[in-house]
Design a protein around this ligand. Structure first.
Ligand code: SF4
Length: 558
């Protein structure tokens, strides 16, 4: 027999116990829970523009403030699907508290997210960032910018390649030319009136007309017995062309319109471009439909975001910063970014806008190594004499200017390249290591970019530059890690540029509120006097107190 001290005692379990007064949801939620931060932040927002987007009439609508809270809290707690959000409004006490026990269905949530927030989310995000600025959580003066790729909701094997369309069009035109040549060969003199339009001006109508004429001539023209087999073959080709080529040409033209300047798109999400993502589950470098997400952060809060269809970050900085200015009516005072943004065009733009640039260029780290410095074939290692506008080669020979030329970048930015040539490389003992050109060494230098690099190099190696360089990976890259990896926001759920921007905006908004909630708790921990202590026991004691009062009340009445 067990000693009384070792007796098993279970806590009371009475699930069917009826409460005299049901506990309020408010009491069940911890005072420091992020749901409270979502509630208080969104309550402070001015949503009249969003409210005005409702037409009125018909049945009553769910309040946009409530739907916004549900969506933001959903994104904050890794619930991105509208069906799961619908379920959460019925199952989670946090969602029930936020929604005031309203139960919007997934269609309502989806319509609100995809349509109502379309023209309003940027403004909502702006207001939240300004609230954070006001409370001292964040500053708009110093930003850390970087980009990441987000996989589209589209199927991975729905690609349309611009180069394939170009090749197919050329192939089709070549076959048309062959048909035309054969027809000209066998046609009688009077039937030789078919005109072959040139490739540059050809369209589906012209293809249809030419193929019809060829078909007609082939039908009417009689050939000798020996040529009949060949004619039959050509005729079959012409029949196929008559049926398919015109419509195919229309498809190609439509695809080219969708492509614009891009090299690919997805059939199920035409706004998505095929990009190389770091998350390569097949380990084969397969391109996937994706969007380029540019983010500026400060103190690990997202201060600005933009969505693009281009793969490279270099060409996007201008657009991203211009939208920053549009959003806040001001430019940041300084920007820190990695070497992906170091281009002449970006340096010029930042200088023009008076933004202090801590933006690396591609060889910034490499050029400081002894290995790089020892390479005499590198232009960056040659000494330049500004007064005489000449370089000195490793043998000390003057390299004088022999000409200039211009070229344009993808963004149509014009660069001027200057050419310098050594006097005489014949018999030079360093020739093998210096260059592999046939005559005297010629170098091509972008002098403006060289000047920018000099300034940036000094800035990056200054005390402030080192501070910003250290902060960059902890700031913007940590933010990406937090949203994408820790909160599993790796693949989009909505399709199309506009909806993707909304989804990404919600993720940024949720990240900022999550961060604020975390920092507020930390501040309270460091400053415990300001903390109210809401605990289970305090909640229970409140319920018990109220219940006791009511019991006393009922006893008196009885
Ligand atoms: S090869 Fe020509 S450019 Fe190079 S070090 Fe010799 S002289 Fe100078």
């Amino acid at each position: 027999m067990k000693h009384p001290r070792n007796r098993v005692v279970f806590k009371t379990y009475t699930p069917n116990q009826i409460s005299l007064l049901p506990p309020s949801l408010e009491e069940l939620i911890d005072i420091n829970h992020p749901v409270r931060v979502v509630n208080s932040v969104i309550d402070k927002l001015e949503l009249s523009q969003l409210e005005q987007s409702y037409k009125g009439g018909g049945t009553s609508s769910f309040h946009p403030r409530m739907l916004l809270k549900v969506l933001v809290y959903g994104y904050l707690s890794n619930i991105y699907s509208s069906r799961q959000l619908e379920a959460a409004t019925k199952e989670s006490i946090y969602m029930m508290w936020l929604s005031g026990m309203s139960r919007p269905d997934h269609n309502t949530i989806n319509r609100f997210r995809g349509q109502r927030l379309k023209d309003n989310l940027k403004e909502i995000f702006r207001q939240v960032v300004l609230l954070l600025v006001e409370s001292g959580h964040v500053s708009l003066k110093e930003i850390y910018t970087d980009g990441t790729k987000l996989e589209s909701a589209a199927n991975r094997y729905t690609f349309v390649w611009g180069r394939a369309i170009e090749t197919n069009k050329k192939k089709m035109y070549k076959q048309l030319e062959e048909l035309w040549t054969y027809t000209q060969k066998i046609a009688s003199e009077e039937s030789k009136s078919i005109e072959l339009p040139s490739f540059e001006v050809i369209d589906s109508e012209k293809i249809a007309k030419t193929v019809d004429q060829i078909h007609q001539v082939l039908k009417q023209t009689q050939v000798e017995e020996t040529q009949k087999a060949e004619k039959k073959k050509v005729q079959a080709k012409a029949t196929y062309a008559q049926r398919n080529w015109s419509s195919k040409w229309i498809d190609y033209t439509k695809s080219e319109e969708i492509l614009g300047q891009r090299s690919s798109y997805s059939k199920t999400d035409p706004d998505a471009t095929f990009m190389r993502l770091k998350d390569d589950h097949m380990q084969n470098g397969q391109l996937k439909p994706a969007y380029n997400w540019q983010v500026s952060t400060a103190n690990q809060y997202v201060t600005h975001y933009s969505i693009h269809q281009t793969t490279t970050d270099t060409t996007l900085l201008k657009e991203h910063l211009n939208s920053f200015q549009e959003q806040y009516q001001q430019m940041p005072e300084s920007i820190t970014a990695d070497a992906g943004y170091g281009s002449e065009e970006n340096y010029e733009f930042l200088e023009e806008k008076k933004i202090e640039a801590f933006v690396k260029f591609n060889l910034f780290h490499h050029e400081q190594t002894d290995k790089f410095k020892a390479q005499i074939n590198k232009i960056d290692n040659l000494f330049y004499n500004q007064k005489q506008n000449c370089f000195y080669c490793p043998m000390g020979q003057k390299m004088t200017q022999i000409g200039t030329f211009t070229k344009k970048t993808d963004n149509q930015f014009q660069q001027t390249i200057t050419k310098y040539q050594a006097q005489n490389c014949e018999g030079c003992p360093l020739r093998g290591a210096c260059h592999k050109q046939a005559g005297n060494r010629i170098i091509e230098v972008n002098m403006n970019l060289r000047l920018h690099k000099q300034k940036i190099r000094e800035k990056l190696n200054s005390e402030e530059g080192i501070k910003h360089r250290k902060q960059r990976p902890q700031d913007v890259e940590a933010t990406f890690g937090q949203i994408k990896s820790n909160h599993n926001f790796k693949r989009l759920r909505l399709k199309g540029l506009v909806k993707v921007e909304i989804e990404v905006g919600l993720a940024c908004l949720a990240h900022n509120i999550r961060k604020k909630a975390y920092k507020d708790v930390k501040n309270k921990e460091n400053n415990p006097k300001s903390d109210r202590k809401p605990t289970k026991s305090s909640n229970n004691s409140t319920i018990l107190k109220i219940s006791k009062n009511y019991l006393e009340f009922f006893q008196k009445v009885a």
